[in-house]
Design a protein around this ligand. Structure first.
Ligand code: SOE
Length: 393
C-alpha cells in the first residue's frame, strides 16, 4: 500500500503533552488509514540539549530553538502547540497567519480576550483553507463518543440534570512544589482552567447544549509552596525557598444549560485518592448515563423504560468494533487507555484537514469554554452571584 501524501508537523513544546502528542502523530497512520500521513518534521523548544534528547526519544526529524522559525518553515504544514497557556495565543495566531493549520492544547488561552483573538484569527484563516482545532482530547474517548451518540438519538429523553467532576490529587500534599500550573501568569487559572475546562467542554459536547449561566466558588487551600528545583510531568522536588500559589486549588460551580437542564461541576487537585477522576452523570426524562475516566472502557446506561423488576445500570464495555474508533485497534474486548484519545484526535484532525473541513472542537468551541471559566471566576470573586454567558461570535 502506498502512503498517502505527507502532512508535515511542527510541535512546539515537548513535556507531558508533547510526549502524548508525539505518540499520537506516530501511531495514527500505523493503525488508521489516513488521507494524509503525518510526518514528525520538527520539534521546538528553548533548551538545545533537552530538545535534542526529546527529538531523539519522541522521534522527530529536526529541531528548532525559536518557534518563529519553526512555524514559518516551508516544510511545515501544521503547527501543534503544546506549551503553557500564556503562549498559546501568540504562537497559534502567528502560525495561522503563516498559513499553517493549528492544533492547540487546552485550555485555548488564559483569558477570554486572547481566546477571542484566536477564534477571530481561526475564522479568518478558514476563509483561506487554513484550519484550527483545540485539543479537548477526551472528546475522543470511545465511551464519551458513545454517550454523545445515545443522547443525540434521544435515548435519555430530555436532559434534566448533569453532574460533572474532575478529581485529581497531585498537589493535595502541601509540600508538592510550585510548577507553572500554579502560576496565574503562565496557566491563567488553576484546577478551573486545567481540568475544569475539560468537564465544561465535555458536558457541552456530550449533551449538545451550551452552558448559559453559572454561579461559581473557588478556593486556594495552600497559599505558598516550595519553589521547584526540578519538575517533569506533574511531579518534582522543591527547595527551601517558598513562593506564592496564584491560582485556585479547587473550583465548584452550578450551571444552567441551553436546553433547560441544570448542572453541578467540580474541579479539584485536592481529592486524595482520585488520580484522573473525570466523571459525569447525566439524567434525562428517559434514562441516565455515567462515565468515569478511571474506568474509561466503560459507559453505564440506565433505561427507565425497562421492566422495573430487572432494570438497573447496564455496564457497557465500549470495546467492540461497533463502537467509535475501536475497530482500528485490538480485537474486540481488549480495551484502550489514556493515550488512545490523542491518536483519535490526530485521526479526526488529519481527516478534516484533508477534506478542507472545520475540525472539532474549533477555536470557537475553545472560546465558549473560556467564557464559562471566566464567568465562574468572576462569579466566585464577586461573591458567587449568577452571571450570564454572552453567546459566541
Ligand atoms: C494535569 O492536571 C493534567 O495533565 C491536565 O493538564 C490534562 O489536561 C488532563 O488531561 C490530565 O491532567
Amino acid at each position: 500500500m502506498t502512503a498517502s501524501p505527507p502532512l508535515n508537523v511542527a510541535m512546539i513544546g515537548y513535556a507531558f503533552m508533547g510526549a502524548a502528542h508525539s505518540q499520537a502523530w506516530r501511531n495514527a497512520p500505523r493503525f488508521f488509514d489516513l488521507p494524509l500521513t503525518p510526518i514528525q518534521q520538527v520539534i521546538c523548544g528553548r533548551n538545545p540539549e533537552a530538545l535534542a534528547a526529546a527529538a531523539a526519544k519522541l522521534d522527530w526529524r529536526d529541531t528548532e530553538t525559536d518557534w518563529r522559525t519553526a512555524i514559518t518553515r516551508d516544510d511545515v504544514d501544521l503547527v501543534d502547540v503544546c506549551t503553557p497557556g500564556d503562549t498559546h495565543a501568540e504562537i497559534a495566531i502567528a502560525a495561522l497567519d503563516a498559513g499553517k493549520h493549528v492544533l492547540c492544547e487546552k485550555p485555548l488561552a488564559n483569558t477570554v480576550a486572547e481566546a477571542e483573538q484566536m477564534a477571530a484569527a481561526a475564522e479568518a484563516a478558514r476563509a483561506n483553507g487554513v484550519l484550527a482545532m483545540v485539543g479537548f482530547t477526551y472528546r475522543r474517548v470511545p465511551a464519551v463518543q458513545l454517550a454523545r451518540q445515545l443522547i443525540a438519538e434521544g435515548r435519555l429523553g430530555t436532559i434534566r440534570q448533569v453532574r460533572a467532576q474532575y478529581l485529581q490529587d497531585w498537589i493535595a500534599d502541601s509540600s508538592a512544589p510550585l510548577s507553572w500550573r500554579l502560576d496565574k501568569t503562565k496557566a491563567g487559572s488553576g484546577a478551573l482552567g486545567d481540568i475544569g475546562a475539560h468537564i465544561t467542554d465535555l458536558i457541552q459536547f456530550v449533551t449538545g447544549q451550551a452552558i448559559t449561566g453559572v454561579v461559581g466558588l473557588t478556593e486556594t487551600f495552600v497559599k505558598e509552596r516550595p519553589v521547584a528545583t526540578e519538575f517533569a510531568g506533574l511531579a518534582g522536588t522543591g527547595g527551601a525557598e517558598l513562593g506564592p500559589v496564584t491560582v485556585d486549588d479547587a473550583a465548584i460551580w452550578l450551571a444552567r444549560l441551553a436546553g433547560g437542564a441544570i448542572g453541578t461541576f467540580e474541579a479539584t487537585r485536592f481529592a486524595w485518592g482520585r488520580k484522573n477522576g473525570l466523571r459525569f452523570e447525566i439524567n434525562g426524562s428517559a434514562g441516565s448515563l455515567a462515565f468515569d475516566l478511571e474506568d474509561l472502557n466503560v459507559l453505564e446506561y440506565f433505561d427507565a423504560g425497562e421492566d422495573a423488576r430487572t432494570a438497573g445500570y447496564r455496564r457497557i464495555l465500549v470495546t467492540e468494533p461497533e463502537h467509535p474508533f475501536i475497530s482500528a485497534w485490538w480485537p474486540a474486548g481488549h480495551g484502550l487507555g489514556y493515550e488512545h484519545a490523542f491518536t483519535h484526535q490526530v485521526v479526526d484532525l488529519v481527516t478534516a484537514v484533508s477534506a478542507g473541513e472545520q475540525p472539532e472542537p474549533s477555536f470557537a468551541d475553545g472560546l465558549a469554554v473560556q467564557r464559562v471559566l471566566a464567568a465562574v471566576e468572576e462569579s466566585a470573586q464577586g461573591g458567587s452571584t449568577w452571571l450570564d454567558i454572552p453567546t459566541a461570535g
